[in-house]
Write a new protein. Sequence first.
Length: 494
Amino acid sequence: MNYKKNQEQFTINNFMVYNIVLILLIVPNIVRKHEIDFISPVITNYTILMSGTKFEAFEFWKLFNLSFLTLSLLLMFFYQLFNNYIKLVEFKINFILVTIIFSILLSALLSPFKNAALFGHFVHYEATLAYTCYLLVFFIVLNMYWDNKNQLKIIYSLIPFVVLNFTFGILAFFKFSVLDIDWVVSLISDSKFSEGSILWTTLANPNYISGASSFLFGLFFSLMIVHSDFKIKIISFISSVLTGILILTSMSKSGFVTFLVVFVLSLIVFAIKYLNKQNAILIGLTITIMIPSFNGLASFNPWVWTESIGTFIPENPFEEKVESSSSPQVNDAEEQKEKDKYLPDLPEQKFGPVTGRIYIWEMTLETWKERPIFGQGLDTLPYAINQDDINKRANLNSSSIIVDKPHSLYLGWLYGGGIVTFLSIMTLFCYCFYYTTKKIFAKTDNVYIYTFGVAVIGYLVQGIVNDGVIGSSIMFWIFLGLLCVNVLNLNRQS
């Protein structure tokens, strides 16, 4: 009897592992055009915020599949729970999780933009429903049985995402659009895209894939260093190179800075505990491939330097210097001055510090101050913020641009869920990192603590200047769950 019970328990646990693998195979990768009859919560002249038929290809089906797969995972978890196959792990994270979920739900309930707070703005869809799925998956991961083989399945399930986005990124970088291929278009949409459309990534925006690539580089590069199996080292080495090149082709400073952080962290782990000839050769090979790749990409598009090393060394050796004309255009200047005197006195049109992010952060904080305890509701910033602020010209280079996200993961939690949600999430992170640090200082032999630890830190670093997005956020919450499983000794193998 006990044998059959154990067998059924083992089988269901395996199904749950494969369910999580499916989440990582489908959610980050799916791209499919979706049409929605959108009803705006505000009256506005901005087209993107107006009611009407809207089209979106990246986030709706991610949320749909995440919700469905989370529900199937939850049903299997309840089956195990009600049949006494597992007991809930009793520790402080449960209390923190309940606080986060309760505060997010209350935030949506009290939000002046309830529909948006529940499902999200139609461009993002990362609101209460998405975060409820993240937290449920995180909680279930904590209460599952995880051996080394199953943890590797989770890591390997991200390789299709890396390969797919590397392919899209390289092709788009060299000005080739996969949307010119009929069978690719048929997978994404029932109709043709406009001429010149390019698919850069499955995450909608190069900034998002830059951030995701950087923490995935940390995952694979650290696994290459800490794991003893040579096959796993080679697979991790190849994945590290692909994600490293993907960071360069996405041309975003946030991803490059995060890349440097996780690279240094991995080297520290190498120097302290895993210093050997095999690792030294693989690290050297990674650097040897990355340097000529950087040179080749920067030669084709000098912006690669600007958005990477240019963060620290502004002068770009790949950029051709154009000598300005020696003859001043006096007549044109006087004519423009004559025209300008009839115009209102407007701020100079330019980008503010950190490409306008400082301005957006200030505006987001002003919006948060209106509802500091439980916030405005997750993903409601386009409706809550003052879109008619004249200072957009001086900070975002245009007065007509729509501020639809805070450009910071942390400010998204603060303005959306309020101070209660923000502090609860930060408490969760501090709790996990406290025990992670204890394990690392004890020089644990558990390789997955280092691997998931570096990846989690990478996500949180890039989140300082990047928003969350469903495709990468779900990776993070699964990684965080597995990190906690390992550091809190919850790896209850039967």
